[in-house]
Ligand binder design. Structure first.
Ligand SMILES: N[C@@H](CCC(=O)N[C@@H](CS)C(=O)NCC(=O)O)C(=O)O
Length: 226
């Protein structure tokens, strides 16, 4: 990878799907970057130095000289403009719109559900029956939609990998990993037979995991803790 001056710096948290998207984008495009791994348990994301980068105190953040970006999709868009190859946001107006539609739908509908459920599992918290039923419904409806898309093509928006795949995959992996924990049992997520329920989504995840660059962006503490 050729150096970039000023360097592109990416702040990320191991295992967080948001930063993972950006790292995957950088790896798949062979973008040279300085990596800053943040441990949110240390509260560093609320330090004055970090809040100057992202006033919301959220990770990831991307810094490139005077440019400071604090949302994962915006970081992916920025990297796309600087490093157009391979294209991840399509080549035509129609492709770009389609990719953004899948990204936006995911961020609006499935991502908040996955975030809520994963927080409940990782903090060993229960959810009311009503809250659980609503989330369970959205979870399976949205997984079904994704599975249907993948019956038509190899990747979510066609036969080329796109930003839509990079946006959706990390949350899917993150939730499935947490769903295997004992703390997930009371939530009754119905994910233990995920591969039977969503075979095309499962094959897509395997295809994604075989991509060059995937291993480099894989959350390091997951390797340590299994
Ligand atoms: N919409 C943001 C979400 C970022 C986000 O929620 N990051 C979490 C990941 S760990 C975080 O920073 N949590 C720590 C905190 O809120 O203190 C994005 O896409 O970048």
């Amino acid at each position: 990878m050729t150096e970039v001056d000023p360097p592109i710096e990416i702040y990320w948290v191991s295992g967080s799907p948001f930063g993972w998207r950006v790292l995957l984008m950088a790896e798949f495009k062979s973008v040279p970057y300085l990596s800053h791994r943040i441990d949110t348990a240390s509260g560093k994301q609320k330090s004055a130095a970090y809040l100057a980068l992202n006033p919301r105190g959220k990770v990831p953040a991307l810094v490139h000289g005077n440019v400071i970006i604090g949302e994962s999709l915006a970081m992916m868009t920025y990297l796309e403009r600087l490093f157009p190859e391979p294209p991840m946001f399509g080549a035509t107006a129609v492709e770009a719109a389609h990719i953004m539609q899948i990204c936006s739908e995911f961020v609006c509908y499935l991502e908040p559900v996955i975030n809520r459920l994963s927080t409940a599992i990782s903090r060993n918290k229960s959810l009311s029956a009503a809250a659980l039923t609503a989330r369970h419904g959205t979870l399976h409806t949205e997984f079904e939609r994704l599975n249907e898309l993948l019956q038509k093509s190899q990747w979510l928006t066609g036969n080329s990998l796109s930003a839509a795949d990079l946006t959706v995959y990390p949350h899917c992996k993150f939730l499935l990993r947490l769903a295997a924990r004992p703390a997930a049992v009371p939530l009754n997520l119905g994910l233990s037979d995920f591969a039977d329920l969503y075979p095309d989504l499962t094959t897509w995840m395997q295809r994604f995991e075989a991509l060059p660059g995937y291993d480099k962006a894989y959350p390091p503490h997951w390797r340590e803790t299994g």
